[in-house]
Design a protein around this ligand. Structure first.
Ligand code: GDP
Ligand code: MG
Length: 442
């Protein structure tokens, strides 16, 4: 998502950075391109127009034009304005007050409500809450089963509703069930329709009056672009939303919904869904999203992802080894295992600066399979070789290649990556003793 917009904006800004000085005309031309890119990304036309007007007002000021890096200044302004457009700061869930608190998930059919209920349950229990799941979609019997299955996977209690129950009855029993199952949050999955209709809205209003939920979150499909924005407006008018969860951002949605929803409806995006799996839910950070769009790399999200997957003790241990320069191939293998735990490499690489870089890396085919081969190579080394790679000469390389079912070239490549990792980490760590270089033996 955002790929095309991102590529276009980066092109505009590369061009802009090329100028030593900017004239008002340069800036206006660039902003015209930005506006077109936004419209192409399916951003609401009025949102795009207002956005450009705001940026222009700030960018055409004397300060920017007189600065030494006017192009950079304009990018900074666009970055800040995009962040503001998407709501400024991340909006956490409000679950204050006496438990159990309710979170109602509403939205059209197929938008991802039930899946998102599971994802949110996982997210909440990871952050120390005790959620339970309440199925209030009785019209499709499969919906109840779907939630029960999710609950079982996550080991989270699910209210045993029957498709013969009325949604209102289920809602009325929810609090008692939460207490009984010692839950402090009730995640209520509701029915959807293909289109907005008053019958559905009336039902949701009744459920709201019974549950008094702290949060009413619209689950909307990002792929539907401006339709999602309209849907958000309609639901907000009818039941009063506290936020939006935008799903399917992993697809090829152009990004218009993410950029317009807050500005058009006033409802902040609180989470985004980035895949079908239960861990594919992210807290929405406008500033990070804005960095991603502008190709500035979402370093913070990478760190957070890494923290979730990495064993902290292990990471500290590795950091120490880098510092005192005792990072061996054994450690390299441990590091690779951690990288594997991070899940799809591609999803991480996507957050790194520059889409161009992603393409380069893709060409190199860094994938899970490559990691498996790399590990096989290291596994075929002797203890000594793993401790001190400098002893790996040509005949050892041949033996290692044979043993791991790879080639000498692949062994060489691995040794180079290992050296690169060492060098890179030394730079990241800063200073440290100068490294003992691995001698290249033929
Ligand atoms: P509901 O009708 O609103 O309850 O929607 P479901 O939760 O049943 O989801 C409908 C479909 O969308 C399912 O196939 C989900 O796996 C899929 N889905 C939900 N969220 C995401 C997401 O963030 N990314 C992708 N790729 N698929 C999703
Ligand atoms: Mg459902």
């Amino acid at each position: 998502m955002f790929d095309s917009l991102s590529t276009k904006l980066q092109k505009v800004f590369r061009h802009l950075k090329g100028y030593g000085k900017l004239t008002e005309q340069n800036i206006q031309d660039a902003l015209r391109e930005v506006r077109l890119a936004l419209l192409e990304a399916d951003v609401h036309y009025k949102v795009a127009k207002d956005f450009i007007a705001k940026v222009a007002e700030r960018a055409v000021g004397q300060e920017v034009m007189r600065s030494l890096t006017p192009g950079q200044q304009v990018i900074k302004i666009v970055h800040e304005s995009l962040t503001e457009l998407m709501g400024g700061t991340a909006m956490p869930l409000d679950l204050s007050g006496k438990p159990p608190q309710g979170i109602m998930l509403v939205g059209l059919q197929g938008s991802g409500k039930t899946t998102t209920a599971g994802k949110l349950a996982r997210h909440l229990s990871k952050s120390g809450r005790k959620p339970c799941l309440i199925p209030a979609d009785v019209y499709r019997p499969a919906a109840i089963d779907q939630l029960i299955t999710l609950g079982r996977q996550l080991n989270i209690p699910v209210y045993a509703a029957s498709s013969r129950d009325k949604p209102e009855e289920i809602a009325a029993s929810a609090a008692a069930f939460a207490k009984e199952s010692q839950s402090d949050v009730m995640l209520v999955d509701t029915a959807g329709r293909l289109h907005i209709d008053t019958e559905l809205m009336d039902e949701l209003k009744r459920l709201k009056n019974i549950l008094h939920p702290k949060e009413i979150l619209l689950v909307a499909d990002a792929m539907t672009g401006q339709d999602a924005v309209q849907v958000a407006g309609a639901f907000h008018d009818a039941v009063g939303l506290t936020g939006v969860i935008l799903t399917k951002l992993d697809g090829d949605a152009r990004g218009g919904a993410a950029l317009s929803i807050k500005a058009v409806t006033g409802c902040p995006i609180k989470f985004v869904g980035v895949g079908e799996k239960l861990d594919a839910l992210e807290v929405f950070h406008p500033d990070r999203m804005s960095s991603r769009i502008l190709g500035m790399g979402d370093v913070l999200s990478i760190i957070e992802k890494a923290q979730e997957a990495f064993d902290e003790k292990e990471a500290l241990d590795l950091a120490r080894k880098f510092q005192d320069n005792s990072f061996s191939l054994d450690d390299f293998r441990r590091q690779l295992r951690q990288i594997k735990k991070l899940g799809s490499l591609e999803s991480i690489l996507k957050m790194l600066p520059g889409m161009g870089m992603l393409k380069e890396l893709k060409k190199m085919q860094i994938d899970e399979k490559a990691l498996v081969r790399t590990e096989a190579i290291i596994n075929s080394m002797t203890k000594e070789e793993r401790r001190d790679a400098s002893i790996i000469n040509a005949s050892r390389k041949r033996r290692i290649a044979m043993g791991s079912g790879t080639s000498v070239q692949e062994v060489n490549q691995l040794l180079r990556s290992y050296e690169d990792a060492r060098r890179m980490m030394r730079q990241v760590m800063g200073g440290g003793k100068p490294a003992k270089k691995v001698k290249k033996k033929k």
